[in-house]
Design a protein around this ligand. Structure first.
Ligand SMILES: *Cc1c(COP(=O)(O)O)cnc(C)c1O
Length: 364
């Protein structure tokens, strides 16, 4: 076969060979960059600035986080969520400590051992709990079952808000986890890959959801909210952030042109898009839930943020794929997962509902 003459040419050939145009609801990271983030990125590109986070954009974004969270936290930027979680957890643990998390937590199932690797061996202790949530009882059981020298001492509770199953911890549930964690001298880490969706869905201020509920470190995703890449790590207990910049550098996570992570973040924060993007994504998920409910299809878990899990026959799943729909079936407890984002349209959701209707109507 002759080599293609240009990358564009080969993409066109690929598009023509696909049976139908792909339609993306597999995750909120299939979406592009939202206008607010892109605009700030372009403004940041007009003038040069210092490297390694010593630039004006990083300072402005850091201060904007402090304003939004109503506290004087330490803020760091890394490229992705796996690094954010792994390095944050490593800063909370010695290698002989352990981290209590849900068995379906991203840190357990989707980070290729990153948290264990960067902490030099801190063990993840899995607990189960309904709807992807860690419960105070499950924490209590894990902490109290052993106290001997042979057991990796629990040091951290990690919770994901919104959870991997698209559910939410209520403020009361977070308070209960805080009480249990404090009683056993455990730090609290929050994986906020979809933190914005949680704040928007519960109509709660970021401070209420985090340090006012005992969260020591938050990994707040920009990528899933509308930036190209870049996550913010917020240390509410600033003593825990000691030497964290060295940890980032050693892990290859210190961006030399950090302003291009910070500026899009500032765009999200100053415009309020971090919240309006999340509100929109949540509303689209709700529309999907209501649409499939009219077809008699139930969700597997309460769809409280921007992810929807459906139980669909395997044949129906294949027919949806043939129609171009992209989705994952390996996340959480299985099922067909659709995730909405800042640019998911009403038309896209309605055409998905129509297609689910038609694939279910075909006799098996
Ligand atoms: C997407 C996601 C992350 C971060 O994943 P990266 O691909 O490493 O950026 C972390 N936690 C949860 C729950 C996620 O969904």
């Amino acid at each position: 076969m002759a080599p293609s003459t240009s990358p564009t040419g080969s993409l066109e050939v690929l598009a023509q060979s696909l049976p139908t145009q792909p339609r993306f609801l597999a995750s909120d990271n299939t979406s592009g960059i939202c206008p607010e983030a892109l605009e700030y990125m372009l403004i940041a590109n007009r003038e040069d600035d210092l490297a390694y986070g010593n630039d004006a954009w990083t300072e402005r974004a850091t201060n904007q986080f402090r304003e939004l969270f109503e506290t004087d936290c330490d803020v760091f930027f890394v490229f992705n969520g796996t690094a954010a979680n792994s390095l944050a957890l490593a800063s909370l643990c010695q290698s002989y400590h352990s981290v209590i998390c849900h068995e379906l937590a991203h840190i357990e199932t989707d980070e290729c051992g990153g948290p264990e690797f960067f902490s030099n061996g801190s063990k993840l202790l899995n607990v189960s709990g309904p709807h992807g949530k860690v419960t105070p009882e499950s924490i209590e059981r894990m902490v109290t079952r052993r106290h001997d020298i042979h057991y990796p001492q629990p040091r951290v509770v990690s919770i994901t808000q919104a959870t991997e199953l698209g559910t939410l911890y209520s403020l009361d549930e977070l308070s209960a986890i805080q009480d249990t964690a404090r009683a056993h001298d455990l730090k609290i880490h929050m994986d906020g890959a979809r933190f914005a969706n949680a704040c928007a869905a519960l109509d709660v201020a970021p401070a209420e959801m985090t340090w006012k509920r005992g969260v020591d470190v938050l990994c707040f995703s920009g990528t899933k909210n509308g930036t190209a890449f870049g996550e913010a790590i917020l240390f509410f207990d600033r003593a825990l952030a000691r030497d964290f910049e060295y940890r980032c550098k050693q892990a290859g996570q210190l961006a030399s042109k950090m302003r291009f992570i910070a500026a899009p973040w500032l765009g999200l924060l100053e415009s309020g898009a971090w919240r309006t993007n999340a509100l929109h994504a949540n509303a689209m998920a709700k529309r999907l839930v209501e649409g499939v409910a009219r077809l008699g299809v139930n969700t597997m878990f309460p769809a409280e943020a921007n992810a929807v899990f459906l139980e669909l026959p395997v044949r129906a799943q294949q027919r949806l794929r043939d129609k171009g729909w992209t989705f994952y079936t390996f996340i959480g407890e299985g099922g067909v997962r659709f995730v909405c984002s800042w640019n998911t349209t009403v038309e896209l959701i309605d055409s998905l509902v129509d297609d689910i209707n038609s694939v279910l109507a075909v006799a098996d």
